[in-house]
Design a protein around this ligand. Sequence first.
Ligand SMILES: Cc1ncc(COP(=O)(O)O)c(C=O)c1O
Length: 423
Amino acid sequence: MTSDEYNGDDPVSRRDFLRGGLGGLGGLAGAAALAGLAEPAALAAGLHSREAVAAQLAGRRPADVKSVGLEPGRVRLAFNENPLGASPAAIEAVLRHQDWMNRYDYTTTLQQAIIRHHDLDIPRPSGFDFKATGDRHGLMLGVGTTELLQILALQALMKHGEVVEALPSYGQITRVGDELRDAGHAVLARKSPVLPDGNHDLDDMGRQIGDRTGLVIICNPHNPTGALLPHGQILDFIDRVPPHVLLAIDEVYVDFVRDPAYRDFIEVAKERENVIVLRTFSKVYGLGGIRVGYAVAHRDVIYRLAPFSMGLLGRNVLSVHAAAAALGDEEHVRRSRQAVWDGNDYLTAELERLGARVIPSHACFLWADFGRETQRIVRQLWSRQVMVRAGAGQWASPNHIRISTGSREENEAFIWTLERTLG
Ligand SMILES: Cc1ncc(COP(=O)(O)O)c(C=O)c1O
């Protein structure tokens, strides 16, 4: 059978193995014997359950996986989603507010929760406004961080004409610039190649800034590389950027940073008048489908951006309550972060075993360089129900694959399938 003909079936399925072979051989002792281990050795090796023993012996395949929020048998490691699911507090909040679905949302629940979370000096947010401002601080909600990126790009391009973003990157800023340019508008999205270690090349970004530049965006930790720039380097860059340029710091992955000494940029955004920080509920809180993000900046920045927003009616009566509840769910944040860290350790070791080079990740995905073209590998993985992202195309990185960190089962099934795909 060639790898192209692969259909996910194996001569002996893991379920058969569990039902027959393993049971017949007397559970753990039998399985351990099969693995060539004495039972105590099996226990010491971490083979504590039938499930674990079978996974070790037979390998976890896509067909064995039941992911939260997906049909069984699918392994989706393509969109940096939270494999544990939504914060249980958020689910409970949605259920509590299900009778509100016929109503528009005029509460301040979410603004108040974010104001408390970041200690913003905004005493009186209004339920009739999507933004909230105090004497200095400003807060703006968005339909995911994506809407806020769209707003930032539109405002900067209309007023100034140029923006600067890394390549590869999430790319919303450059996407807006390129599409407007293709439509005949006199705007330019400048792309700054990342360094070999996956970090922004701040010197190059600085050189690309000119009189027409309205916005520079830094994503930290960066998507798709997972690399993290030290706080101090970005601070130095902020000091060097001319005052007419707004610096956006996209921190949607900041909760996964592994360096305990790292400081985020919320406090900087509260003090400086040309820095805006973006956050989302889509990642560590597990609410990607709920669509809520927010920005913190000086109030004047928020006022400048406001005309480009969908405004109050971009707000969704269920999402605001889900997001507000998730913000207080520290246990889910802790569990999600740990699951990602454990998953990254496992995936990094396995990918390196299979010959890929992996950048140490501070986010919920890995950027793996296979040293050869990966598009065909990725196509085969998709045909085997394993979705990951190829580096070719938008990211201009044909030898790379970005793998979102999944649950343990998803990660194992990905590696099992990748190993058979690489041949
Ligand atoms: C770097 C980055 N910024 C922003 C977003 C948008 O997130 P959302 O619109 O779900 O808040 C993503 C999504 O994956 C991302 O990777």
